[in-house]
Design a protein around this ligand. Sequence first.
Ligand SMILES: Nc1ncnc2c1ncn2[C@@H]1O[C@H](COP(=O)(O)OP(=O)(O)OP(=O)(O)O)[C@@H](O)[C@H]1O
Ligand SMILES: [Mg+2]
Length: 500
Amino acid sequence: MESEFVLEMLDVTKKFPGVMALSNVDFRVKPGTVHALMGENGAGKSTLMKCLFGIYRMDQGTIIVKGKKSYFSSAADAMAAGVSMIHQELSNVPQRSVSQNIWLGREPLNKLHFIDHKKMTRDTSILLKSLNFDFDPSAKMADLSISQQQGCEIAKAVSYNASIVVMDEPTSSLTENEVEHLFSIIRDLRSRGVAIIYISHKMEEIFQIADFVTVMRDGHIIGTYPVAELSNDRLISLMVGRDTSHRFPLVESAIGDVCLEIKNLTSANPRSFKNISFELHRGEILGFGGLVGAQRTELMESIFGIREVADGEVIVRGVPLNKLTPQNTIRLGIGLVTEDRRNTGIFPLLNVTINTTIPSMGKYKNKIGLLDHRRLINDAHEQNRQLKTKALSMETLVQNLSGGNQQKVILSRWLMTVPEILIMDEPTRGIDVGTKYEIYTIMAELVRMGKSIIMVSSEMPELVGMSHRVVVLCEGRLTGILSKEEISQEAIMRYATQFS
Ligand SMILES: Nc1ncnc2c1ncn2[C@@H]1O[C@H](COP(=O)(O)OP(=O)(O)OP(=O)(O)O)[C@@H](O)[C@H]1O
Ligand SMILES: [Mg+2]
């Protein structure tokens, strides 16, 4: 008998040393639906998908694809059976072309058994057109934007005639328009009968795109629900296991003197930001709004001293910095929580303690100059406890943490340095809804102590809910500074799209 499900994962159990990542999980997906997989950081979402793809070996369980018991020993194996995954960490060969990447390992051959490049390019071109992508099949992968690279992986999945496509946090680096395009492709795939398994922490996306949602908590399935029958609040309480009434804490702080002044700052990169001027006060949370591509990250990295500036001044507590280097800015009490933990934040092969304490080691020297290990470890532990970092122990290697928990370690790192000025670039990206509130509470506490925060965020509610003022950038230009009374999603959007 034909099953009504395209995928059934039954009684799946996966244990890591000391952690039950999945306990007797049953997960069923119907064809032609978008099925969201949700849950707090470390709930087991990525692990479940990695078991499906044979990246992890499950300890127990059965996988049935299209009615047939299946075990894949690798992602390539799964792909050949029509099960593909669009990774968060894109897995292409950057130095090869789009078409080479798509047909890798199954290149069409001509009569002489050479690779038929013409056919490959032609097929790619047709494939890309059918998905409304307008980039060149012979373009080098490394030269494409994140969204285009993601597009290639989707095209590849389609070329394999995938019946199941898994997307793990696919929109985290996409612009608004790119998200819209992705959603139209998802809807198109759905209408062709493809099942899409969609992992995301963004509630709005789930309500926009998903038909069903399965909620996981601590390696267990809580339930599967039609999205139409769920409210936002109900979904959150299913995920965190309790009711959460407030999204944002009260931010009560005295706004003091100017502690950071940026004057006409211009990037050395002509395609980046120009002529940026603003002031940050003690006790203030200054939000930075804008669309992806507004150059906010570039601006923050320049202020912190890791990108070159061509012109302008950075003045810290009245003193102009004559040399912008991270050593100098850290010494002056500036911290930067980077948006991209993979490239600039985490040391995957080091443990949680070391990852947390690297920049604050200096503060833990005792009178005779020796490192006070006990205090260091205690504080690191306490900071991670506050953020609910889920790790087996402080000695666990960071590479073994879930995505969101790696982000929490980075946050803990900079909170431990207790900087005077903390620049937070997308501080809650990839963080579950339950923990976001914890992070907001810590931010509120910092400014209450007289510290200052710059918060770059693409989440409108967060900008509106937490900022004293919001600076808006559009294509590298400062287009508006909104006072508390002026802040609204509409106003931010208006300035963020000033030039389009
Ligand atoms: N390779 C590994 N070695 C040891 N433990 C692991 C490994 N991979 C995952 N875990 C643990 O398994 C649990 C589930 O992690 P998983 O990555 O599946 O979470 P997730 O739901 O995807 O979370 P996030 O939303 O943060 O990405 C976590 O406790 C994690 O620390
Ligand atoms: Mg994950």
